[in-house]
Design a protein around this ligand. Structure first.
Ligand code: NAD
Length: 339
């Protein structure tokens, strides 16, 4: 029997519609040569919804997402004024318990990078830390933000990361700032060490966040799975993506017990809105991660192979890769390779 997966598609803001449409084109090409189907359910979310709905995540969209198997999320603009709605990504991660943000960084063929042979995955705790949203003004000019770290969430993300390390090179690095944040990062460190007992085959080491940012520039090739708290993970995954080649190539998965949301690491890059200029590969590879999550390994591999083939050929390159091709030309080239 042909299996059909229901996918929520949120196009988002800025460059979001362009990169999600490119991904749907590639999905459609993969479906044609595979033994499964994708049923798209489109929903509105993002800053563009605020004037009409008073929120960036309308109720109807949440209800629609609940009826689906996974979500393809385009990047969204988050207004920065105090009191503005919380980021849609942060809300969905909490609402659906998507506790592990998985951001692979792998060297791409024929893409210039700061250092060669990178193949690492940043696993970022996705539900708490400095993204708790608990921020307040104590007095004019004096404010606090709560960095919430719990044993429960730390154990969950540690367990996920060790399992991932077991499927890869069996090397896990946990990243913290335990010399300064002794209590919060103390809990995180203890959780990693507790889970470590179950995985004696995994080589474990740790880095302070400042040293980790330096190491990612100096010798990224020696790392495999890097697990850390929310904000540190956000920062080092952008850094690792750029060291690997471009933010336009970096995909991410948000994984929970029963749901997965897939998105590019990059944001909505508002200055490029509607210019058909940015690289859609990050979102297309997020799509490959979704197929992998469904267990459609061959579909996922078709996308990865097609992306690699286009990059190796080097005829179609978007501006971030030093070329002049458009977003849609890149999508079409990948579609051709999938066929
Ligand atoms: P950004 O990632 O949108 O853009 C930073 C720069 O990276 C761009 O100016 C561009 O030079 C480059 N870039 C990004 N995506 C690219 C692509 N596909 N191809 C080529 N180059 C690309 O980061 P920002 O400017 O800090 O944020 C813009 C908005 O996006 C903000 O409102 C922010 O809150 C939001 N954001 C959303 C998400 C999300 O939805 N998950 C993630 C990060 C940022």
């Amino acid at each position: 029997m042909v299996k059909t997966y229901k996918i929520a598609v949120l196009k988002g803001d800025g460059i979001g519609p362009e990169v999600t449409e490119a991904t749907v084109k590639v999905f459609n090409a993969v479906v044609k040569v595979s033994n499964f189907k994708l049923d798209y359910k489109y929903g509105e979310a993002g800053a563009h919804c605020i004037p009409e709905h008073g929120t960036n995540l309308p109720k109807g969209t949440v209800e629609m997402i609940k009826q689906t198997d996974a979500c393809l999320k385009g990047p969204m603009t988050t207004p920065e004024e105090p009191g503005a709605p919380v980021s849609v990504a942060v809300t969905l991660r909490r609402m659906f318990g998507l506790y592990a943000n998985v951001r692979p960084c792998k060297s791409f063929p024929s893409v210039e990078s700061l250092k060669p042979n990178i193949d690492l995955v940043v696993v970022r705790e996705n539900t708490e830390g400095l993204y708790s949203g608990a921020e307040s003004l104590l007095a004019p000019g004096v404010a606090v933000a709560l960095r919430i770290i719990t044993r429960e969430a730390s154990l969950k993300v540690a367990e996920f990361s060790f399992k991932l390390a077991m499927q890869r090179k069996k090397h896990l690095t946990y990243i913290h700032k335990g010399n300064i944040l002794r209590i919060t990062d103390g809990i995180f460190k203890d959780a990693v060490k507790e889970v470590q007992q179950k995985y004696p085959e995994v080589t474990v080491d740790d880095l302070h966040i400042d040293a980790a940012t330096m190491q990612l520039i100096k010798q990224p090739a020696i790392y495999d799975v890097m697990v850390t708290t929310n904000l540190f993970g956000d920062i080092i995954s952008d850094e690792a993506a750029q060291v690997t080649g471009s933010l336009g190539l970096a995909a991410g998965a948000n994984i929970g017990e029963t749901y997965g949301m897939f998105e590019p690491v990059h944001g909505s890059a508002p200055k490029y809105t509607g210019m058909n200029r940015v690289n859609p590969i990050a979102t297309i590879l997020a799509g490959a991660m979704m197929l992998d999550y469904f267990g459609e390994k061959s579909g996922a591999k078709k996308i990865e192979d097609a992306v690699n083939a286009v990059l190796v050929e080097g005829k179609v390159r978007t501006a971030d890769l030093g070329g002049k091709s458009t977003t849609s030309e890149m999508a079409d080239a990948i579609v051709e390779k999938v066929k």
